[in-house]
Design a protein around this ligand. Sequence first.
Ligand SMILES: Cc1ncc(COP(=O)(O)O)c(C=O)c1O
Length: 404
Amino acid sequence: MNQHVSLMPNIMSLEDRHTSGFYSKRKVAIERGLGASLWDSNGNEYIDCATGHGVAVLGHSHPNITTALTKQARRLITCPEILYNDQRARLLDRLAIETPSGIDRFFLCNSGTEAVEAAFKIARLSTGRREIIATKRAFHGRTMGSLSATWNPNYRKPFEPLVPGVEHVPYNDFSRVAEVISENTAAVIVELIQGEGGVRPADYQYLRGLRELCNRWGVLLIFDEVQTGFGRTGKMFACEHYDLAPDLLCLGKGMAGGLPMGAVGIGDRVIKLPRGMHGSTFGGNPLCCSTAIETMNILHSEQLIPRAERLGRLFKNELETLDSPHIKEVRGLGFMVGIELKMRVTPILSELMNRGVVALPAGNFVLRLLPPLVITRDQLSRVVNAIRDSLATVAPTYEVAHAV
Ligand SMILES: Cc1ncc(COP(=O)(O)O)c(C=O)c1O
């Protein structure tokens, strides 16, 4: 073992030397966060519109999360589901209240992809059928089962053969689902707003049609709300915008105030699940259960969800009024906003970093903004200004470089 490694000052070179290599990283080392702000190792501040891919719904280091976490850590950190636990019981009860009616059983896990894996297994168990219908541009995770439903061929191809029986049909195209659904279909899985696929909301009639079609064919409808859940879109769950309930509801990201947690909500069209067929070592641990309960407490007590709806609309309007020739469309709901550009997004993301804003791509041409629900109006205005200035700075050079 290299005994001096831990004392080396350069965070980036250490990470670069020992990381898996799977991630392309921005040249900034973040050391601290509070609310919507992050600080790097040189003390520079950033407004966080990436929130760890949508995890930090409550912003960073919310004091009530820190308190819940430390309090629970002193009592009990781990407790498998072969034993009962007070925090888990409270969380399950709370989830049954917060999720759409009909959903009152939950499988607890540790990430979004695990929630999707579990939903697929439950769908197969419950229906005795094998096939899954997913959508083009979908993102459901990167483990082998969820990856089979993720659409991007760059993520999928190197790992084939994947789980068989998954068919991708165009998003928001009801007639294609109606064409391919059959007595072999176990489930249809859909994001209510495609996140990674470009921040594309589902049409109202499309989703209502899917609900009705699934009922008719004895198929389970899975809503993947890993990114849209827990207030992100201005409702606790995005399906509330559509007044619809799924049979299986996949959750993750912001669920436990920044700690790793996922869940599948299970509706009443799903059979009583047989013991021993699925499980998770860390799933339902008291530490994450306690911060998940606190997350829902904070969302309500600070009225963050209606705030996200209101300020999100304002934010979207301000972005629309930028009226930039480089913007094709602004889309989204609440604090899940995508700006489709007429140029590649990567240079804009770098320029935004220079200007103190961390944002995300959604494909090659969409700038994705997932600010925390606690972001201030002043910070939102600074983000809008940074986007306007970044486009004005970068776009002319880009246009010259890409001129035919
Ligand atoms: C809609 C959706 N489903 C599933 C996942 C996978 O979640 P995780 O990265 O926690 O495995 C993501 C992650 O971005 C997502 O956005």
